[in-house]
Design a protein around this ligand. Structure first.
Ligand SMILES: C[S@@+](CC[C@H](N)C(=O)[O-])C[C@H]1O[C@@H](n2cnc3c(N)ncnc32)[C@H](O)[C@@H]1O
Length: 281
């Protein structure tokens, strides 16, 4: 596999990837309203060949496989072996009417995909490329004539209460060690469409549309589940990582307390905002 995205590969194959693999169900639940919006716009057809970019633990690859049916084909590409392993395992339990899925450990930035896809899609898997221009050009090359691209990426941090509410509560205790740099790989890489549009145009995409999608995210059914969610995945987890255990425990207490004040026994529902980006070849 290519070593272009070495840092991301280490990140998604290390502790973070293991954690996402272990907790994939809670993530799939939290992302469900966005997943629905993605597939409603993608409108996949029976028999299509689909590429899922940064497929993670496979939720969207599995949905695509059901939608295109046994005459279609899905490739789930990801850097992370622990996440692909979850996808493989889940696919083994799918009904025979779903399309076969090839689980591919590959860097979507430069992998020479075998075959041309009718549709490339992604749920939050395209913001981590070292060289986004090269990556989207590669994805464009993987598409057949008339092929389509549909993906979700986060809007700004400020518009995502599921991050800012717990983050603002613990920032005084855990200031950012390394604030994310604009343009660097990360969840909010394409928060501003004017950073994304020229990249997609240069890659050869047409009819590019960025539709804002605002949904309520179920962060957890209970206070404990919600605190666990924010402490183990996403930007708050990043603040907590590699801190003294006592400091982590204090931060968690603050988050739990805040959630109890706002949500009683739960569930914890907070606002989330992303772009649903669509384009064609
Ligand atoms: C935020 S997670 C989303 C996972 C999955 N799409 C989901 O919604 O559950 C980002 C995923 O992108 C993958 N990824 C990051 N950079 C990648 C690259 N260059 N090529 C392929 N996958 C990549 C990561 O390994 C990770 O699984």
């Amino acid at each position: 596999m290519s070593t272009l995205n070495k840092d991301q590969s280490e990140y998604w194959n290390g502790e973070v990837g293991q954690r996402w693999a272990a907790y994939h169900q809670a993530l799939d639940t939290a992302f469900a309203p966005f997943t629905e919006a993605l597939f409603a716009r993608a409108a996949l057809k029976r028999g299509q060949r689909v590429l899922d970019i940064g497929c993670g633990a496979g939720d969207t690859a599995l949905i695509a496989a059901r939608q295109v049916g046994s005459g279609g084909h899905v490739t789930g590409a990801d850097l992370s072996e622990p996440l692909l392993a979850v996808g493989r395992d889940r696919a083994a339990r799918e009904a025979p009417s779903a399309a076969p899925i090839a689980w591919l450990r590959a860097d979507a930035q430069d992998h020479a995909f075998d075959g041309r896809f009718d549709h490339a899609l992604s749920r939050f898997g395209v913001m981590f490329f070292e060289d986004s221009a090269a990556a989207f050009a590669n994805i464009r090359r993987s598409l057949a004539d008339g092929g389509r691209l549909s993906f979700l990426c986060w809007r700004s941090l400020a518009e995502n209460a599921w991050v800012t509410v717990p983050r603002d509560a613990v920032l005084p205790l855990l200031p950012e060690v390394e604030p994310p740099q604009p343009g660097a790989p990360g969840p909010f890489r394409f928060a501003a469409p004017d950073t994304l549009l020229p990249i997609l145009e240069a890659a050869g995409f047409h009819g590019i549309e960025c539709e804002p999608v605002d949904r309520v995210m179920r962060v957890g059914e209970t206070i404990e589940a919600a605190a666990d969610f924010v402490a183990t995945r996403g930007p708050v987890a990043r603040l907590l990582r590699e801190r003294e255990p006592a400091l982590q425990e204090t931060a968690l207490k603050i988050i739990r307390q805040l959630f109890v004040e706002r949500f009683g026994d739960g569930p914890v529902d907070l606002g989330a905002a992303c772009w649903l980006v669509t384009a064609r070849t």
